[in-house]
Every structure is written in structure tokens, then in C-alpha cells.
Design a protein around this ligand. Structure first.
Ligand code: SF4
Length: 307
């Protein structure tokens, strides 16, 4: 990366994400070994699946099932868009438009364009939710999204085409000829195959499980392209701080173990009706069971500090 005129926040992003001199990619043999490990470990589960009812594993399903199994089951059919959870989607769309926009554009104009695009999209997404907002609710959402996008613009260096920025990039790995799918949608990637930096943008603070999310992204990218990414970063727009991790063989192996444990848990809970385990934590705050679950209520009443 070349720096030009950057403010201190932008400079710190360049400093933590730039490619150090002498960096060498992980050898191809690492990916071959990962593929062997994950296929060996998931083979007993794959033997129970059929092609007409495969298992889909995503970042959110892994995070939720590893957080609290009861929360995972309760959340399966309870997702609802809200102004707070849609604001990140609007901000991501604004970033996507900004990267490909010709000429200068104000944050508010980009957010308006992002809202219009999302409202028009026919695929599964917040189209209907945005369309039915009252003028006041839409103004509130616009205000949140302009705030987030402005923070992004202030803290990220201008993304040059030569850095190969891509937003909302979807990737999928098919295991056992379509019996198990691993899928991701990454907020932002920089760099080409073999030296990618994968970035997750957070509107709020950074939690310990965000590293696990990115390790899953790195595993999917490695298995899909045969080339592990270079670095992983969770970037908090609230604190203008990045949590950065190098992609090593150990990082990828930990992602394999987490996928294997999570996939087995998801299968047992959804297809074998195993009793879910309760595990109170920060997820209790947005769990659909938080009003009725005694364990979660006690945990929240005690109060806790986020790690
Ligand atoms: S309230 Fe907490 S402990 Fe109870 S099910 Fe939800 S996440 Fe689990």
C-alpha cells in the first residue's frame, strides 16, 4: 500500500493490513492437509446425510450453536429485520457503491442510493422491511447508516482499484459431493488470491468470537481457492480499532475443529432432536428466549463485563 495524505486512523489501517517485506504464503500442502482433516472428521456425519437434504453451515449458524445451543434452536425461524440490524447492511451496500463510484460523492447521497438498491433487490434481504418503513423510521435508518458510512470513510484509506477491493463477496465449499456446504459472505477483501486480507466491519465493539468468524472465512477461502488468505481483521467503526490475526496452519486447523464440532451439533439438534445445552453469555441479550430462560435471566441480572 502507498499512503499519500492519510489521517492517523487511515494510516493505522495501512500499517496493520499492509503486506510486510519478505512475507511468504503458506505452502499448498497446508490446504491439502486441511482438506484431508476436515473430510476425515466429517465422514461419519456425511454418511448420515442424503443429497436431497444436505447440511448448510454458515458463519452465523456456527457462532450461534457454539454460543448456546438453545439459542441456536430458538433462532432458527425467528430472524426479523430491525432498524438496528439493517443499518450494517445499508452501510455495506454504501461501501460497495463507493468502491465502484466514479467521481466524488457525499455519504448521505451514497446511503440514499444504497437504500434504493436494497429496496429494489428481489433476493432474500431487507427489501420488504425497508419498503414498509414510515418516513420517520426511514429517516432514523438513514441517520444511522450515514453515521456508519462516514466513520468508514474517515477511518479507512481510500480503496484503490489496485488493492482489488471486493465487498459482500459470497463463497461456498461443497464437501462430499454436495452433502455438506460451507458458505460465507465477506464484508471486504483486499488483495488477490494467495495474499488476501479478509475484513469484517463491525458497527459496535469487537467480541472474542469475531476471530472465530474470520477463521471460518479463511478456511472456506483456503478450501475454495486452494490458497489461504494472508491476514484477518475485524474492524470496529465505533472505536476505529482493528483486531488482526495472521493466517497460520494452526489458525486454519482450529477452524476445522470448530466446523466439525458445530456441524455435528447442528445435525444432532435439528435432525436427531438432541436436548440443547444452555450456555449463558453476551448472546443472552438478543436471544429470543431471554424473557423465559431462567439461566439467561439470572446471567443478565448478575451483570457482566464483555471480554
Ligand atoms: S437466554 Fe441465554 S442461556 Fe438462555 S437460551 Fe438464550 S442464550 Fe441460552
Amino acid at each position: 500500500m502507498t499512503t499519500g495524505e492519510l489521517n492517523p486512523m487511515q494510516q493505522s489501517v495501512v500499517d496493520v493490513l499492509g503486506k510486510p517485506a519478505g512475507w511468504v504464503p503458506l505452502p499448498i500442502s497446508v490446504v491439502e492437509s486441511l482438506r484431508e482433516q476436515i473430510e476425515t472428521a466429517l465422514a461419519p456425519l456425511a454418511a448420515k446425510l442424503t443429497a436431497d437434504r444436505p447440511l448448510f453451515i454458515s458463519k452465523s449458524s456456527l457462532t450461534t450453536v457454539h454460543g448456546c445451543e438453545a439459542h441456536y434452536l430458538a433462532s432458527l425461524d425467528s430472524f426479523e429485520w430491525t432498524i438496528l440490524n439493517v443499518r450494517g447492511t445499508v452501510m455495506h451496500k454504501a461501501v460497495e457503491l463507493a468502491i465502484n463510484w466514479r467521481g466524488s460523492v457525499e455519504p448521505a447521497a451514497l446511503v440514499d442510493e444504497a437504500l434504493a438498491r436494497l429496496e429494489d433487490e428481489e433476493s432474500r434481504g431487507p427489501s420488504e422491511f425497508i419498503a414498509q418503513l414510515s418516513p420517520g423510521e426511514r429517516a432514523q435508518l438513514r441517520s444511522y447508516a450515514v453515521d456508519l458510512y462516514t466513520k468508514f470513510e474517515e477511518s479507512f484509506p481510500p480503496l484503490k482499484a489496485s488493492w482489488r477491493p471486493v465487498t459482500e463477496s459470497a463463497a461456498r465449499v461443497e464437501l462430499f459431493k454436495g452433502l455438506i456446504f460451507l458458505s460465507t459472505r465477506v464484508d471486504l477483501t483486499l488483495g488477490g488470491p494467495g495474499s488476501k486480507v479478509i475484513i469484517d466491519l463491525k458497527s459496535g465493539r469487537i467480541y472474542s468470537n469475531h476471530r472465530e468468524d474470520l477463521r471460518f472465512y479463511a478456511l472456506v477461502e483456503s478450501l475454495r481457492s486452494g490458497q489461504p488468505p494472508r491476514r484477518l481483521a475485524t474492524y470496529s467503526l465505533e472505536s476505529a480499532r482493528a483486531d488482526v490475526e495472521e493466517v497460520t496452519e494452526g489458525v486454519l486447523q482450529s477452524a476445522v475443529r470448530r466446523v466439525v464440532d458445530g456441524a455435528n451439533a447442528i445435525y444432532e439438534l435439528t435432525r436427531e432432536e438432541r436436548e440443547p445445552k444452555l450456555n449463558p453469555g453476551s448472546q443472552c441479550r438478543w436471544c429470543p428466549l431471554k424473557e423465559t430462560c431462567e439461566t439467561g435471566k439470572q446471567f443478565l441480572e448478575r451483570g457482566f463485563e464483555d471480554d
